[in-house]
Design a protein around this ligand. Sequence first.
Ligand SMILES: Cc1cc2nc3c(=O)[nH]c(=O)nc-3n(C[C@H](O)[C@H](O)[C@H](O)COP(=O)(O)OP(=O)(O)OC[C@H]3O[C@@H](n4cnc5c(N)ncnc54)[C@H](O)[C@@H]3O)c2cc1C
Length: 445
Amino acid sequence: MPDLLLLTRGSIMADNKHKILIVGGGAAGLELATRLGRKLGKPGLAEVTLLNAVSTHIWKPLLHEVASGTLAEAEEIEYLAQAHRNHFLFRLGRMEGLNRAAKEIYVSPTVNEEGKVLIPRRIFEYDTLVMAVGSVSNTFGIKGVERYCMFIDTIAQAYRFQKQLVETYYVKSYAGENSLKDKPLSVVIVGAGATGVELAAELHQVTRLLATYGLENSDRVNITIIEAATQLLPALPPRLSAATQQQLIKLGIQLKLGRRVIEVTENAVLTHDGEVFDADLKVWAAGIKAPDWLRDLDGLEVSGNNQLLVDATLRTGDPDIFAIGDCAACKWAGHTGNVPPRAQAAHQMATALAQTLVNRLYGKPPVEFVYQDYGSLVSLGKYSTVGSLMGSLMGTVSVGGFIAYMVYLSLYKMHQVAIHGYFRTAMLTLSNIFRRSTHAKIKMH
Ligand SMILES: Cc1cc2nc3c(=O)[nH]c(=O)nc-3n(C[C@H](O)[C@H](O)[C@H](O)COP(=O)(O)OP(=O)(O)OC[C@H]3O[C@@H](n4cnc5c(N)ncnc54)[C@H](O)[C@@H]3O)c2cc1C
């Protein structure tokens, strides 16, 4: 519990409007805030506030492109501008605690890079609270992972990886004879889920682009993926996983399946069978969990990986607290497990909860959330896109090539439409096409 004497009230309006507080402005939270701002904030029916730990939003599935440098300019959205345009309030801050009896949350002091306190510790009051704080990488407590691996869960981490990648390239490229130049750059990615596989393909594309641009030795890169399971992309049908495997092998990416990582050191990754993989860069992409602090959130029940348990209306055990996106454990109707932590689930949850919260204000019953799985798609950069699409009429269909690429793209377009509307999304898409035709295809700074 924070020191109450240090707390200042973060609540903004003193009137009696119903206060909806959304914590986390990711794929789920930003879409929800935007919808509710338009529906309830604009006509003055409720005060909608979004609290987020950082000041800009990026759609997380783009992060592997930011990390590799192939997305030269990340499409970041300023929360303040988005809030102004869509009639909700944005507040910068990181939630750290909850008092359900008092209906308030605690927000840590906001500090700058030098550790100077910019905003003191605050309290925000709510009538309805929505938790949408996403997920973080799960290191499973393996020795050395936190210290020596890089992660790509946030934009800051993706930029850090990209910076280190560029610096390592320059060092290798300009090193003198008989020195580092003779030893190829080695990147080890732990985890052969969509993130690990997509990152490997993007990195491969980067090496080819740099060689085309004339950077010496830039194509001398060893990329290795280590995975504990015996199949990569376990979420996809075996046929697609096999096709992806062939494609990666064709690119020269080494796959070490059925190897459990037991330790990471400064220069290597060690597996259970005694193998040691030398690595200049090590990336951890071996699974996710909800943040640890959710385990102690004033008695709210959580799953084994810290997700807040919710019912079919996305409500936690507290009638005034809801959870959506990766941090919510919601039973998947007709299946044995929970709804998977994916962007399409976050999008659908935001849509359903927006309607529930509007209904709530009018005393109407909540909407039941039913997850529709439209399939899984994995992008191998410019090389290919593979996946399976699901439809009620066709059953499961395996797709690849251009169709798969267009469907993959449409997931992001759906997110953009939810937050910008159709017209602005079309304008953004056009301006991106023009910008990409004139800019370098890779970021080298
Ligand atoms: C590299 C990568 C590639 C991916 N590719 C795909 C894909 O192709 N398809 C797919 O379906 N899914 C993909 N995913 C998963 C997808 O991005 C997530 O399922 C989705 O973003 C979840 O949305 P969310 O809103 O729950 O969380 P997020 O989008 O992670 O948003 C959480 C937000 O909460 C904020 N926050 C966190 N803690 C606090 C706090 N204490 N206080 C205030 N704010 C806080 C964060 O700053 C963030 O803005 C990918 C993920 C990654 C990392």
